[in-house]
Design a protein around this ligand. Structure first.
Ligand code: FMN
Length: 217
């Protein structure tokens, strides 16, 4: 079982979000998961250029770390999306990566995977960002198992919540947990994109074939 954490803070090892994400991973590792954290402040990550090549053939035209991280996301069973709250949103670092995953949205490529969300803020403004990242999960087919949202400075309770989240994530993956409301939301997403993919089949050739291969069309 592989769990990949993506941390969007620009502050490297000073990041409190990273501290929490590492706690989630530490607990997951103790439960037997293979874990890795990618610090997005330490990688080369270009912006999506909206060239649409990823809809026409596999992969991304940008040969940077973003392309590799997207592959790591596909290989993981569980994801931890971690970001400080910046102006009531995720950081630009994390958003840049998520924008690069538009093929995942079209083809619900994270179907069957599970997501945990980590946010920190100065003023306690993490609720909207938690909701945003959980919604991202639904748009790519992944079910959310919960989140930890902490106001800095962190306290021992935040670390305990993060550790419990790591355990919850491992259990959800191991037991292939089903959250009916989320599965319904994912199904609605699929209905919508099924129509779009069929309509744009001559343009989004790779994605149309992917849907056919899955038996979804
Ligand atoms: C550019 C910027 C924007 C921020 N915007 C918000 C905000 O909208 N709401 C909030 O509560 N905190 C905000 N903060 C505070 C950070 O969310 C907070 O310090 C966070 O815990 C930093 O996480 P890190 O240690 O992982 O980098 C902002 C900080 C910066 C630098």
């Amino acid at each position: 079982m592989k769990i990949l954490a993506l941390c969007g803070s620009p502050r490297g090892d000073k990041s409190q979000t990273k501290v929490l994400a590492e706690k989630v991973l530490e607990a997951a590792k103790a439960q037997g998961a293979e874990v890795e954290l990618v610090d997005l402040s330490r990688v080369r990550l270009e912006f999506c250029r909206a060239c649409e090549a990823c809809h026409q053939k596999p992969g991304c035209i940008l040969k940077d770390d973003g392309t590799r991280i997207l592959e790591q996301m596909l290989a993981a069973d569980g994801l931890v999306l971690a970001s400080p709250v910046y102006l009531n949103q995720v950081t630009a670092q994390l958003k840049a990566l998520l924008d690069r995953s538009s093929h995942f949205v079209h083809c619900l490529r994270l179907t069957g995977k599970y997501l945990a969300v980590v946010t920190t803020s100065g003023g306690g403004g993490g609720t909207d960002v938690q909701a945003y990242l959980k919604k991202y999960g639904i748009t790519v087919g992944a079910q959310g198992v919960g989140g930890v949202d902490a106001k800095v400075p962190l306290n021992p309770g935040d670390l305990a919540t993060a550790a419990a989240l790591g355990e919850t994530l491992v259990i959800a993956i191991r037991e292939k947990k089903q959250f009916p409301d989320q599965l319904q939301a994912i199904e609605s997403q699929k209905q919508y994109f099924g129509k779009l993919i069929a309509w744009r089949k001559d343009h989004w050739t790779f994605e149309y074939q992917y849907w056919k291969d899955q038996g979804w069309l």
